[in-house]
Design a protein around this ligand. Structure first.
Ligand code: B12
Length: 269
């Protein structure tokens, strides 16, 4: 095991401004629905999982401000993933592969039309000791709480895995369940994806398909009206952005980790 490499990778990542880094063994990655890592990168032995704190934008009721923050976080995360991957490759003369933080996704029906990614970031984060599942089906990080996104780099290097977090980080307050406007979390251990997406992605693929079905059945005059409607323009923008999220309630309502940040502010003030 290469503990020297581990601390150098961690230092490089933290110096970039990444909040936390966890190391996991590919053999400990247990995501029942996702493809096996061997089908992505046969020689991969370790996972370097990067944790990024979401900006407070997601707490804004204004969806453009909220999504703007998400875009900033994703751009930062993507650039960090590239830098850490290249650091590993150059420094250790080995191969490293990034796995998508969000998209591209496989849109085949057997992948539930893009709902099962090539690589599950949550299961990787758990294997790398960065947290565990909460009632909101998000991975809760001990310091950052639920408002965190993950991105993983697969590498051939053998790196000592970090110990898993055994303590239940969810405080089972049920606030996430109560705050979900779509009632998507009512069943424990499962997110009802379609109920979630109705609220979280109001201009997503479902709306897009319904729009074009209606368009086909409309007269030329109605079609012209549809093309100039805010509905079409919002859909156009959402498709351009990628995934335009309008709801973050399960994310922002989770109280875990929030008080810790407040205390830190009080101490350093
Ligand atoms: C597709 C997708 C979605 C879909 C489907 C979600 C889903 N059920 O998997 C939709 C559009 C609904 C969605 C919504 C959201 N997503 Co999303 N999404 C993804 C994506 C791209 C793929 C997920 C995937 O492959 N799922 C299929 C497989 C892996 O899931 P699964 O095996 O069925 O496991 C699920 C359950 O079985 C259960 N589960 C499994 N084992 C266990 C064990 C225990 C003990 C428990 C309690 C539960 C549990 O939890 C899982 C979640 O439902 C990932 C990025 C990635 N590549 O991982 C982001 C990702 C999961 N999303 C994320 C986020 C932040 C969100 C949203 C908050 C949206 C937003 N506004 O930002 C909501 C949260 C919804 C919620 N509370 O569940 C983050 C989560 C970060 C975190 N802290 O955990 C991820 C990891 C992106 C990232 N790079 O960080 N998402």
């Amino acid at each position: 095991m290469n503990d020297g490499a581990k601390s150098k990778i961690k230092k490089f990542a933290l110096d970039l401004g990444i909040e936390d880094v966890g190391f996991g063994a590919v053999s400990d990655y247990k995501s029942p629905l996702s493809p096996k890592v061997e089908t992505i990168f046969p020689k991969a032995k370790s996972m370097v999982v990067l944790a990024f704190k979401e900006l407070s934008n997601c707490e804004s009721e204004n969806p453009r401000i909220a999504m703007g923050g998400r875009i900033d976080s994703m751009e930062f995360a993507r650039s960090c993933v590239y830098k850490v991957s290249r650091f590993i490759e150059k420094k250790y003369d080995t191969k490293a592969m990034s796995t998508a933080l969000s998209y591209p996704l496989d849109m085949k029906p057997e992948k539930r039309f893009g709902l099962i990614a090539e690589f599950s970031q949550r299961h990787a984060a758990i294997a790398a000791g960065l947290g565990n599942f909460g009632r909101n089906n998000l991975v809760i990080h001990p310091r950052l709480g639920s408002q965190v996104v993950f991105s993983t780099i697969l590498t051939e290097l053998e790196l000592t895995p970090d110990p898993p977090i055994t303590e239940d980080l969810c405080i089972h307050c049920n606030i996430c369940v109560e705050k979900c406007p779509g009632k998507a979390l009512d069943e424990e251990g499962k997110t009802d994806e379609f109920k979630c997406m109705k609220h979280s992605q109001p201009y997503g693929l479902g709306r897009n398909i319904r729009f074009w079905v209606k368009f086909i059945d409309s007269s030329p005059d109605e079609q012209k009206k549809l093309m100039f409607s805010p509905e079409y323009m919002n859909m156009y923008q959402a498709a351009f952005i990628g995934f335009d999220y309008h709801c973050y309630k399960c994310y922002i309502s989770c109280p875990v980790g929030k008080n810790k940040n407040k205390n830190k502010k009080a101490i350093t003030a």
